[in-house]
Write a protein that binds this ligand. Structure first.
Ligand code: PMV
Length: 323
């Protein structure tokens, strides 16, 4: 039987991707830069299905056609792009905590890209896999690689791919993920990006902001300057969230507890603990800190903030692997 299994990890953007130049190909408007995380990953097996239909099973549950839509659309793209006729049974396990509300589309589409390519024995290198994963979910392009990763925006399918800057094995970085209790449905990243790009008067500043932040953070990564990395990532995250606040109609991913955690991280810093926050398209907060401080920060957040339901310490994660 032709089948293959791949494991890919999630990533947290330190310089955010916010807005597309091309919706269909998911070409971003700017470059972005992330750190892959070890704790959260997706394991996916792609099996060539002689029944000539696509099937998607997530966490041992057969998904309805409606819930499979995004995966099926991706399988259609995969067949067209590489001239393949096969159909597939896709079995995915998400090792991203259920209650975490963390985006799993990055690890999901990265693992799916790897499993599919291997199942039909395509000779794709990791760069090509990052192009393929990008079409499933932009941030998935970065999840093909471990450590610090830059996604080059490019101008077409060929030139828009991710690249590993460093494995981060030398780095002292940890990321503490703080999960808050929330049942509010956030606006999707896709819709949020479109609205922001079309209506925020400040969006025109975004490309120059990213360019400068990227130059600065790459220098900080090269010399292992953790507080500089945190400082730039925190500022870049707030610049992204300022774009959503200035969209029309305005919106935000922050909830009251998000602001509380932000304030708490600032307090920790005043007490001399190296800690910086970053936030994606949801209310949870990720705290950038050193490996040695991570347990103390976890303890303090758990003890002092009632709204927090889970705190998870993560370290830099690896590139995609195959079983
Ligand atoms: O790739 P998407 O559609 O999940 O969008 C990711 C958007 C952010 O997480 C907010 C930023 C990023 O670069 O990951």
């Amino acid at each position: 039987m032709n089948q293959a299994t791949a494991i890919a990890h999630t990533n947290i953007a330190l310089i955010k991707y916010w807005g597309k130049a091309n919706e269909e190909l998911r070409l971003p408007y700017t470059d972005s830069l992330s750190l892959t995380l070890d704790e959260f990953f997706t394991q996916t097996t792609a099996i060539v299905n002689s029944e000539k239909e696509d099937i998607f099973i997530l966490d041992n549950q057969l998904q309805t056609p409606e819930k499979s839509q995004r995966v099926f659309k991706f399988l259609d793209y995969f067949r067209k792009q590489y001239g393949i006729n096969e159909h597939f049974k896709i079995e995915s396990q998400n090792h991203v905590p259920n209650s975490a509300g963390l985006a799993s589309s990055a690890s999901a589409f990265a693992a799916l890209s790897g499993a599919l390519s291997k199942a039909v024995k395509l000779d794709t290198d990791l760069t090509e896999l990052s192009r393929l994963a990008r079409v499933g979910s932009g941030s998935a392009s970065r999840s093909i690689f471990g450590g610090f990763v830059q996604w080059h925006a490019g101008t077409d399918n060929q030139s828009s791919y991710s690249e590993q800057l460093s494995t981060a094995s030398e780095s002292d970085i940890s990321v503490v993920s703080v999960i808050i209790n929330s049942d509010k449905k956030s606006i999707s990243s896709t819709s949020g990006m479109i609205l922001t790009k079309q209506t925020s008067p400040f969006y025109k500043l975004w490309p120059d902001i990213v360019k400068q932040d990227l130059t600065d953070i790459k220098q900080a990564i090269a010399v292992n300057d953790l507080s500089k990395i945190g400082e730039i990532a925190e500022h870049n995250a707030m610049e992204m969230h300022a774009l959503t606040l200035s969209a029309n109609p305005p919106f935000t991913y922050f909830e009251p507890a998000t602001i509380k955690i932000i304030n708490y991280v600032q307090e920790l810093r005043k007490k001399g603990i190296l800690a910086y926050y970053t936030i994606d398209a949801g209310p949870n907060v990720k705290i950038i800190c050193s490996k040695k401080d991570a347990p103390l920060i976890k303890q303090k957040i758990s003890d002092n903030l009632d709204e927090v339901i889970k705190v998870i310490i993560t370290q830099p994660g690896p590139s995609i692997t195959f079983k």
